[in-house]
Write a protein that binds this ligand. Structure first.
Ligand SMILES: NC(=O)C1=CN([C@@H]2O[C@H](COP(=O)(O)OP(=O)(O)OC[C@H]3O[C@@H](n4cnc5c(N)ncnc54)[C@H](O)[C@@H]3O)[C@@H](O)[C@H]2O)C=CC1
Ligand SMILES: CC(=O)C(=O)O
Ligand SMILES: [Mg+2]
Length: 442
């Protein structure tokens, strides 16, 4: 998978064939060309911005040297668009009100606001009407398992949290606020989240590593009156179930009778196994380098094996969430296997390698990603005004995603708002049908 993205500003003589020379030079060193945009056409030259993707700094240097060595062609600048796009951060808090006159000021702020405060003091449920609380979700991390990058700390994890917040806003119109916790124990996470919870309609726990994520989520679900979900567990499990349903539909396989092998039994892996077993998959086997993680799966009724080769040999569907790029060797892949290598930013096996080795379907964490789950799940529970996110709601979300998937694909396009609406509706329907507790604002 290409991981480094750069934009090159290249000037060529306005003679046919020169863009082709540039493309060939890039292709020869294994660079992948993305967007090409003509920026300026001079009387005898053309300047274009060309986006390229490569896998390493060395390959990037090779690519730049190859372009620079082309006769008559000038490489003006090399820029990192991804870094550039992050300058100043990705989200902002904006007022919904225009405050232009003193009358506005008195209505929005003091003295007018005091009456609203007192109305809420007398009837706390009015906070739902007169504040943004019920449409605001905290995206909480302690930075201990940021993607597959490990324990890089909460501040380094902020770009991921801002990304989740931006997606909440764009896909389901939910305000999301990243909360970075500089703490060292589950108890401190729990107490801090409890202390800030009055300002939120829901809590999305993100990239909190295992095993402490399990205790944190379980306790917060019990002790708070608002919905709490650990995205890496349940958001991921929902999307994985959806992808497994779609793959089995296309391949004509009965998912419940298939043997599923899960590599990596951390936050994502354990939740995926529990979700599949609760859905009715009879045979789930897991592998992890940690004995504690394997014990956990067995405690939920799953089987474990000691070697990855053994798991690969036995499984119709293989799911991997270890954070270890390239962990699955091509020679382990069985003919006709379905392989979901979901680690970000790099998968356990590249899609093309898995397909080349005989997999019938293969994909990675860019496509099968919890972005298809968490926005709609929260929109659904916030709309229903319920406190608990139940297994039934999560299965409804997975089925909505699978039913929105085009034949032959494993999941739908992540930016299709209709899909997120379908997930929200399915979750809300499941919520109102079940006997789940209403939250404090209902
Ligand atoms: N596509 C998606 O939507 C999502 C992908 N992920 C990805 O899954 C990966 C793991 O995330 P979490 O479960 O949150 O982390 P985690 O740290 O809770 O779990 C990782 C597990 O993998 C195991 N592991 C590590 N190296 C191993 C090896 N060589 N062999 C066997 N087991 C090994 C660890 O012992 C641990 O149990 C990350 O790369 C993350 O980006 C996580 C959530 C969502
Ligand atoms: C997508 C996501 O949440 C992760 O890779 O951790
Ligand atoms: Mg995550």
């Amino acid at each position: 998978m290409s991981n480094i993205i750069r934009t090159l500003m290249i000037q060529t003589p306005s003679v046919p064939g020169n863009l082709g020379r540039v493309a060939t030079a890039i292709g020869r060193v294994g660079g992948d060309i993305g967007e090409v945009e003509t920026v300026k056409v001079g009387h005898n030259y053309t300047r274009r911005s060309i986006t390229v993707q490569v896998e390493s700094e060395e390959q990037l240097e090779e690519l730049l040297d190859a372009v620079r060595s082309l006769d008559g062609i000038t490489l003006h600048t090399v820029s990192d668009e991804v870094l550039h796009a992050h300058e100043g951060g990705k989200i902002q808090m904006k007022s919904k009100m225009k405050i232009e006159t003193l009358a506005d000021l008195r209505r929005v702020y003091t003295p007018g606001v005091a009456n609203v405060c007192m109305a809420i003091k007398e009837q706390p449920e009015k906070a739902k009407i007169y504040t943004s609380i019920s449409n605001t979700v905290a995206v909480v991390t302690d930075g201990t398992a940021i993607l597959g990058l490990g324990n890089i700390g909460p501040v380094a994890g902020m770009p991921v949290m801002e990304g989740k917040a931006a997606l909440f806003d764009q896909l389901t119109n939910i305000n999301a606020i990243p909360i970075l916790l500089d703490v060292n124990s589950p108890e401190e996470i729990i107490q801090t989240v409890k202390n800030i919870s009055p300002g939120f309609g829901g809590i999305l726990l993100e990239d909190i590593g295992s095993p402490h994520c399990f205790e944190v989520e379980e306790r917060l679900k019990k002790e708070l009156d608002i919905p709490v979900m650990h995205d890496d567990q349940h958001g991921t499990a929902v999307v994985t179930l959806a992808a497994a349903i779609s793959a089995c539909r296309s391949a004509g396989v009965n998912l419940k009778q298939a043997r599923v092998g899960q590599i990596g039994l951390g936050a994502a892996g354990i939740a995926i196994c529990r979700m599949l077993m609760a859905y009715g998959v009879e045979s789930v086997v897991g592998a992890d380098k940690s004995e504690e993680a394997k014990d956990r799966l067995r405690s939920y009724g799953g089987e474990t094996v000691d070697s990855l080769e053994e798991l690969m040999e036995q499984s119709d569907i293989v799911i991997a969430t270890t954070g270890v790029p390239g962990l699955i060797k091509k020679e382990w892949v069985q003919k006709g296997q379905i392989i979901l290598a979901l680690s970000n930013p790099k998968p356990e096996i590249e899609q093309e390698d898995a397909l080349e080795a005989g997999a019938i379907y293969a994909t990675d964490g860019r496509s099968v990603n919890n972005v298809l789950g968490f926005p709609g799940i929260f929109r659904g529970v916030l709309n229903a005004g319920v406190r608990d996110i139940t297994h039934k709601m999560l299965v409804a979300a997975a089925e909505a995603i699978a039913n929105s998937t085009k034949p032959g694909d494993l999941v739908p396009h992540p930016l299709n708002v209709n899909v997120h609406e379908a997930v929200a509706e399915a979750v809300e329907r499941a919520a109102v049908q079940s006997d789940v507790k209403k939250n404090v604002y209902q």
